[in-house]
Design a binder for this molecule. Structure first.
Ligand SMILES: [Ca+2]
Ligand SMILES: [Ca+2]
Length: 264
């Protein structure tokens, strides 16, 4: 009698242990919590569900835990072990792109377009140029918060690593930030000022003005034939014949030097 009581007590403890393990798994997973919910119900409710558990796609689980279970059927108590086969989630990351302005405060969720594990950790691997941002704070292992500092003439690349905490599967990706002014700018090399409404003006952006810019246009002998500060995107080369010219467009200290073909 004493022995039977001990078995019952043991079985009861195993139920509790199994629940604790499962709850731990459940609390650790968020990417596929529905699968875990189903697994938990199957394990606790009936023996016939065990094979179902094995067939469920537990692809987002946290390793290969062994869970103890107790089968309650017709008031009989049986105990045993169930192997829940599960695999790691290797993060699948796509790089992210951002146009921003010098001095801007940035807050961006870089995982919004990715497949990631719920139990994850993100670390910054590198920032280039090195002093292009303030210290980066990471929110929810997903959102990067920082300020852009300096004159921001080059692309800024922030490389980060994301790991599935439960199995050490890690992947690197990056956030690329381009200055909004340069990002929108097309370094034009030809235009056709013949008045047909197509490509009639020397245009670098869709805006009516490029703030902080200077434009110089030279002929083939290096003589300056046009200059404008805060260029208004509408030079039509009036009075100058078709041919190859050159220009220098300076925006926020960055220079674009290109040849420019005028063909009417
Ligand atoms: Ca991403
Ligand atoms: Ca034209």
């Amino acid at each position: 009698m004493k022995q039977a009581y001990t078995y019952l007590e043991l079985a009861d403890r195993m139920i509790k242990f199994g629940m604790v393990v499962l709850l731990f798994i459940l609390s650790s997973a968020s990417a596929d919590s529905q699968d875990y919910q189903a697994a938990q119900l199957s394990l606790i409710s009936s023996a016939s569900s065990y094979s179902e558990v094995g067939e469920r796609r537990l692809h987002s689980s946290i390793g290969e835990p062994v869970v103890s279970y107790v089968q309650r059927g017709d008031r009989r108590l049986n105990s045993g072990f169930l192997q829940v086969t599960a695999t790691c989630v290797t993060p699948e990351l796509s790089p992210d792109d951002l146009l921003a302005n010098p001095g801007e405060s940035v807050s961006i969720d870089v995982l919004i377009n990715d497949r990631v594990p719920g139990d994850r950790i993100m670390t910054i691997k590198s920032i280039s140029p090195e002093n292009a941002t303030s210290d980066i704070s990471i929110e929810n292992n997903s959102v990067l918060n920082f300020d852009l500092i300096g004159d921001f003439r080059e692309e800024i690349r922030i490389v980060y690593e994301l790991c599935d905490m439960s199995c050490d599967e890690c992947t690197e990706s990056f956030l690329l930030i381009r200055n909004a002014i340069f990002g929108n700018l097309v370094a034009t090399e030809a235009f056709t000022p013949n008045g047909d409404g197509e490509n009639d003006e020397l245009r670098f952006t869709l805006d009516s003005e490029i703030p902080g810019s200077e434009l110089w246009v030279y002929n083939r002998w290096g003589q300056e034939i046009f200059y404008q500060k805060n260029y208004t995107n509408n030079w039509t080369a009036d009075g100058y014949p078709d041919g190859v010219y050159y220009y220098v467009l300076e925006v926020s200290g960055l220079q674009f030097k290109k040849s420019l073909t005028i063909a009417r």
